[in-house]
Design a protein around this ligand. Structure first.
Ligand SMILES: NC(=O)c1ccc[n+]([C@@H]2O[C@H](COP(=O)([O-])OP(=O)(O)OC[C@H]3O[C@@H](n4cnc5c(N)ncnc54)[C@H](OP(=O)(O)O)[C@@H]3O)[C@@H](O)[C@H]2O)c1
Length: 320
């Protein structure tokens, strides 16, 4: 199939494009950088520019589209609510319109649309977003489904390796613990995260099955961020004493975030007739990828100047 992936330089986009390119003809939309040696066709351009969505669709002529591009930095959304609205609400609406009747679409949304007061929320539960990011993503879901009822919306959470080694919480725990540095993990924030490369297969399966409507596409296991850090320490053979428990309020995050992101995935499992991905297999694969040089492969695709290669910096994007 001809698959168009937007935001192919992002944490999800790059892992998804690399997985999909093993089987499909992939077009990866990249805002600025061309990626060196990418095994897919790159379409560069800022999707906020007039006519950019239409030009991208015209060039790629996709049968399937997975829309990953977004402003996923939660604190940046608080600072720039207008940009958050443009990228997370209006842009998905335009993509949905452009795909209508022409290409299957999965639009990527977030588990953060809920306020965390009720665990195991289903697609029927009423969201209550706590900040600008989550509100703009929820509005994006609504615009996509209004403009294109055949589209699917996937509420996700991911970890994995990224181009600059600093987009996901797992990378931050991994590199710090590997260097023998202490980390703190929230004991009171729970999520059902999964490896981005594993999510890729699930998203492609949703397109194969022509799913439409809203789906919770998260992993199987509800864990705290503290337990997630401990799992990484154990697999690394690092002392568990390097991981300290912490309450989220003690950290003083700028933007409000939900404490319980453990969504129910029953609807997806019933429709796809398959279980969702387990955290232990995702973490095994995360470590296998490291052993096989996958993070280095990703970094070789981008400018490797030292300013871009600080693995100890922690991004503030969704999932962290
Ligand atoms: N990370 C998580 O755990 C998580 C959790 C829940 C939901 N999500 C959702 O998953 C999706 C992917 O997130 P991510 O973590 O992969 O985000 P990310 O790493 O920040 O990537 C975002 C992508 O969007 C691109 N982009 C931003 N503005 C653009 C524009 N004007 N034109 C074209 N492309 C633009 C970025 O390009 P540049 O790099 O060039 O700016 C980048 O490729 C998003 O919808 C996010 O809301 C993520």
């Amino acid at each position: 199939m001809r698959v168009l992936i937007t935001g192919a330089s992002g944490l999800l986009g790059v892992n998804l494009a690399l997985e999909a390119a093993k089987v499909h003809t992939v077009y990866g939309q990249i805002k600025a950088l061309p990626l060196k040696g990418a095994p897919f066709t790159q379409l560069s351009g800022d999707l906020m520019e007039d006519g950019a969505v239409e030009r991208m669709m015209e060039t790629a002529q996709p049968e399937w589209v997975i829309h990953c591009a977004a402003l996923a930095d939660v604190d940046a959304c608080e600072k720039q609510p207008e940009l958050a609205e443009q990228l997370n609400t209006r842009l998905p609406g335009r993509i949905a319109q452009a795909c209508k009747g022409k290409a299957g679409l999965v639009h990527i949304s977030t588990d953060a649309v809920f306020d965390g007061t009720k665990p195991n929320c289903t697609e029927e539960d009423i969201p209550n977003p706590l900040g600008v990011y989550a509100r703009s993503k929820l509005e994006g879901e609504r615009v996509v489904l209004k403009n294109n009822p055949d589209a699917a919306v996937a509420r996700i959470n991911i970890f994995g390796w990224s181009l600059y080694g600093k987009r996901s919480l797992a990378e931050w725990f991994f590199y710090n613990l590997q260097a023998g540095l202490p980390v703190k993990g929230f004991t009171d924030v729970y999520f059902r995260t999964q490896l981005a490369s594993d999510l890729a297969d699930m998203l492609l399966n949703m397109l194969e099955q022509k799913l439409s409507g809203l789906y919770h596409v998260v992993g199987a296991d509800c864990v705290s961020k503290y337990d997630f850090a401990l799992e990484i320490a154990r697999r690394l053979g690092a002392p568990e004493s390097l991981v300290s428990p912490m309450k989220v309020q003690e950290f003083g995050l700028k933007a409000a975030r939900s404490n319980n992101l453990c969504l129910d995935t029953g609807k997806l499992q019933r429709v796809l007739h398959r279980p969702v991905n387990q955290l232990s297999t995702g973490l095994d694969r995360f470590f296998e990828q490291y052993a096989q040089g996958y993070p280095h492969l990703l970094r070789s695709m981008v400018d490797n100047s030292p300013k871009n290669l600080n693995p100890y910096m922690h991004g503030g994007n969704d999932g962290n």
